[in-house]
Write a protein that binds this ligand. Sequence first.
Ligand code: MG
Length: 378
Amino acid sequence: MGQTGIAAYAADENRSAGRRYPEPKPTYRGEYQRDRDRIIHSTGFRRLVYKTQVFVNHEGDLYRTRLTHSLEVSQIGRSVASALALNEPLTEAICLAHDLGHTPFGHAGQDTLNECMRDYGGFEHNLQSLRVVDKLEAKYADFPGLNLMFETREGILKHCSKRNAKGLGDVGERFLAREQPGLEAQIADIADAIAYNNHDVDDGLRAGLISLEQLQEQKLFATQYQAVHGAYPGLEDRRLIYEIIRRMIGTVVTDLIETTQSNIADAKPRSIEDVRKAGRPLVALSAEIHEQHLALKRFLALHLYSHERKLEMTKRAQAIVRELFEIYMTDTGRMPAEFADRAKPRDAAGRARVVADYVAGMTDRFAISEHERLLRES
Ligand code: MG
């Protein structure tokens, strides 16, 4: 029998491709709820609190960290999944896990680690998120990793090069067959972008790196600015900004739900297999809101992520990641025993992968202090 309360084309735990290591069904919760709970109890999840989203953790207490970002992504994802009668616990699990593979220092860290790994197969944070839940979390007596359901793993691996997909077995197949993931995974993907577009406006304004004036050129922002400013002309900036942002999120989320409903009505999927073979993602924004959403994303890339004050941090972060990688590659014995022992018998590419796993798992502040300690001792 199928799961009740969800659409026929939702991911259904009774028709799931299951876990890599078969386990008895949980008694008082669903399979995807168990996945979510395992993710929350993982070490990688706790580390997200000290990992950079955009602002390095010590730059201020009010900025998003990768943990609060993941919680906001999950909130948006759950709302959309529930409105569309899809599998909410699965959506939540994917959203909470989507950034587990991120390095310290955000994209600066990830790009640098990818350069360091150029001759050894590269580094992709999406693929790393999957490695974390499949292999690196060592907690359970009966299996490596968290042994998550196929649909959760499929959603975590949102992008993947064809070269890497070939070595991944079941979760890699859709990249080779050019198929879509389930709707819950599609939601998690776009919920990520909706969350950061909006919270980065808030953080960017708080940091003084972007201004209300600049944002007036953004249609998504300007529309809500005029509405709120018109209705509440004397509102102080903090409340004005928050009111605009909540309305922006509301606009995009409503558009996402309605556009997706209409895509589903057109495509008439009867099962998750139909969703996978639909030829395009059914979870989507309308053309107009999509364009506004992308324009805001481009604006943030230009004015916030590459702001000169951010670039200083970026340079320092790149140097720390590169030097940590080089130090451990030269002497793998400087890593803790569990990593050093794994690295020892391997060839250069194998050692580099263990070093990348260790460095990627670091929080910002651990990377900074470890870097200082190693330089002092060398
Ligand atoms: Mg994210």
